[in-house]
Design a protein around this ligand. Structure first.
Ligand SMILES: *Cc1c(COP(=O)(O)O)cnc(C)c1O
Length: 399
């Protein structure tokens, strides 16, 4: 007998559907050079500091005196200490190395963390949403409620109108590219503390924040260490999508109740450690040395350059489309732009129009949830020349 909850999953063919339509277009338009502004993957190579660290680590692994087998459960101390020093202590946040769990990336951690929780928990996600949060909870048989993010509230999620136990927040946001202000994030922490809810905070795009007043970590908000887990990844920050490394912060102050008993407060940190020890054997020594290198002075400067490159793309897209009369959101503190379709066109209709008239691929907003209808997502992760060429082509179509 299969897990019947898998049958409840909505067919998630978004990117397969897009690829299929693009293939069909190419088949009937020989030599059509299609440019994708739809990809959610980076295109710039690893920075030199990371490549040097990988090379050195590979040599260590090839010598008997320095070879390493299984690593420590939470990840190597050298990496967790670097994470704590640069991502938290430098910003006045008191997260310690034993609250950090190094992993092979945030998709697995954001997908797996829910298994510490009861199947009876009600889960809130934003609409539009990164599909992992929804699907991993549907697989576990949990009820999922949607928090609409619409233009009228600046794409900031509406508070739930029923009691929820778990809230997934992703800021800077994929797909809208929007951020939460300090006071908006504060309101969510206050909600979680008042309702004994858990916030699962995905900060995969933290490194793209440019505005000085936007929080980089949920732990900048007082009390968050008692209600929130934070997920971070080197994937978008440093181009690790193919190398794999991320980390999850589970504060020791974060407690979870055992049934109705108020006195049996269990430590989420111990539970996650127990889970990881059983089901995960760590991310490679090479990846962890590579991640450590992103915190060296050279590594930090080089990674900053990569981010600046993508954010220049974002600015170009935003300025060009705005000048053309499009309504553009995001792209200031995130590599994603959320563009309203002209004339109230459906997402997929505008997708077709851009493909056929401009040979540009976008991602239809409706693919991320019903509130995404009427929008498309563009990404700043392309190469500069291709991004500029795509914008020239969009200029050529009248809306
Ligand atoms: C890309 C992305 C991640 C990172 O995933 P990895 O598994 O670390 O590559 C996490 N969350 C969101 C919303 C993303 O878009």
């Amino acid at each position: 007998m299969i897990n019947k909850h898998y049958l409840q999953l909505a067919d998630n063919y978004l990117f397969a559907d897009i690829a299929h339509l693009v293939q069909a277009y190419k088949a009937t338009h020989a030599k059509a050079d299609v440019i994708s502004l739809g990809i959610g993957d980076v295109t710039q190579p690893l920075v030199p500091a990371v490549v040097d660290a990988l090379t050195a680590a590979a040599k260590e692994m090839g010598a008997e005196a320095t070879f390493r087998g299984y690593g420590p459960e939470r990840g190597y101390t050298f990496l967790r200490e670097a994470i704590v020093a640069h991502d938290y202590r430098r910003h006045g946040i008191g997260i310690t190395a034993d609250e950090v769990f190094v992993s092979d990336g945030s998709k697995s951690d954001t997908g797996n963390f829910q298994e510490l929780l009861s199947a009876s928990c009600v889960v809130a996600v934003t609409d539009p949403v990164y599909p992992v949060y929804v699907d991993s909870n549907v697989m576990a048989g949990r009820r999922v409620v949607k928090l609409p993010c619409v233009a009228a509230n600046g794409f900031s999620p509406a508070m739930p109108d029923e009691d929820v136990d778990v809230i997934y927040l992703c800021y800077p946001n994929n797909p809208t590219g929007c951020v939460l202000s300090r006071s908006e994030l504060h309101a969510w922490v206050d909600y979680a503390l008042a309702h004994e809810a858990l916030i699962l905070y995905d900060a995969a795009y933290e490194a793209f924040i440019q505005s000085s007043d936007i929080p980089h970590s949920i732990y900048e908000i007082p009390g968050a260490e008692r209600c929130a887990v934070e997920f971070r990844s080197f994937s978008k920050t440093a181009g690790f999508t193919g190398l794999r490394c991320g980390y999850t912060v589970v504060p020791k102050a974060l407690k979870v109740r055992n049934g109705r008993s108020r006195h049996k407060a269990l430590s989420m940190n111990s539970l996650w450690l127990r889970r990881q020890c059983t089901k995960f054997n760590g991310c490679s020594y090479l990846s962890q040395r590579a991640a450590e290198a992103t915190y060296s002075p050279e590594g930090r400067a080089q990674v900053r350059q990569r981010i600046a490159y993508y954010m220049d793309n974002a600015r170009l897209i935003r300025e060009t489309l705005t000048a053309l009369g499009y309504e553009v959101h995001g792209g200031v503190d995130a590599p994603y732009l959320w563009v309203r379709t002209p004339g109230g066109m459906a997402s997929w209709t505008f997708f077709d129009l851009l493909l056929h008239k401009a040979r540009v691929v976008c991602t239809p907003g409706a693919g991320f949830g019903s509130c995404g209808e009427g929008y498309v997502r563009l990404t700043a992760f392309g190469r500069r020349e291709q991004t500029m060429e795509a914008l020239e082509r969009i200029k050529g179509i009248s809306i």
